[in-house]
Write a protein that binds this ligand. Sequence first.
Ligand code: SF4
Length: 379
Amino acid sequence: VPAATHDASSEQVAIRDLAGLAPAARPARRWTPRRVVVTPAALDHPHGRQIVTRVEGLGIEVERLRANRLTGVRGETDRETYARAKSTMAIVVSPPSRRTLQPIAPSADWRVDLAEGCPAHCQYCYLAGSLSGPPVTRVYADLDDILAGLAGYVGRGTVTSRSTARADEGTTFEASCYTDPLALEHLTGGWRRAVEHFGTWNAPVQLRWTTKFADVDGFVGLPHAGRTRIRFSINAAPISGRFEGGTATGRDRLDALRRVALDGYPVGLTIAPIMPVPNWQEHYGALLDEVRAAVAGVDRLDLTAELITHRFTPGSRDVLLGWYPRTRLEMDEQSRSRKFGRYGAVKYVYPAPAMRELRAWFERELAERLPACRLLYFT
Ligand code: SF4
């Protein structure tokens, strides 16, 4: 899939602002999986059956598997396996391990998974180091049980309760750790259900996710009660244009951000992965100016930013080089610093002087160009 281009026109956005209007919705770029399968166990769940109906309603055939094991994904070569897996969607029941939520600092208190896998082709994809096996997209049929299980975690904050900048968020649940919600919503309807679920909650809670897609039509007008923060993952034009295949354009993401912000959703920027490419100050400055134009005139704007520099592990590097052998993504261990995680796993990050320079620049420029934006963290 060719990389998307980043062609945001701040002038057009500014003209719409003068008219006080939300951007006109352009037809969203929607994924059509080549193969959709459903397991017998998934068909026992109402949401599983609803996904089947929805997918068949879109004219896509759904293959009923005889057993709860997915087969027929591996090809003759790694490339073929990758291509087959990336074009397959499986409707399954979530693994039992996923039902015990894990803390997910610094993004949120808890990670909740409604799916795993993503149809896009970002050459730095963070899923490469997190998920094992062929990258099939699995959507979970047991949504009702997953949502019902969240109540036991409310009030048990790990991140937001310790941060004064986030004290008003309540207990936060991150729903995009292993997937991109807006890439799949037209096929599952699951995140809309989750937004409505959080909207009815009589407790300080927040659902949050980040996306590189722009298909927000189904979310505008939902009774969200301000309890879902939709963040858009954006990047400088040379990075977005070169490395983010199969995603919505940067301009469409910012148009979508404006639409949901005008609908009263708290919104956010996930600027990631930040890379000090040549002339990075100029490119990231242009990006922040595009955001400024996109949020101009939004009443009661609630905008946050999360800044994540590029990093990789030996494992994710190997997987990515298998998926994208001709990538021009820099993953040179010699030019990086090693950082050790809680369990001793190593990751490669930019050296301390580069990190300091990036951080200082973003803190200063965010404050100047987007003074209404709250910076949640830089990592
Ligand atoms: Fe990976 Fe996100 Fe890109 Fe999907 S949109 S391929 S999850 S980085």
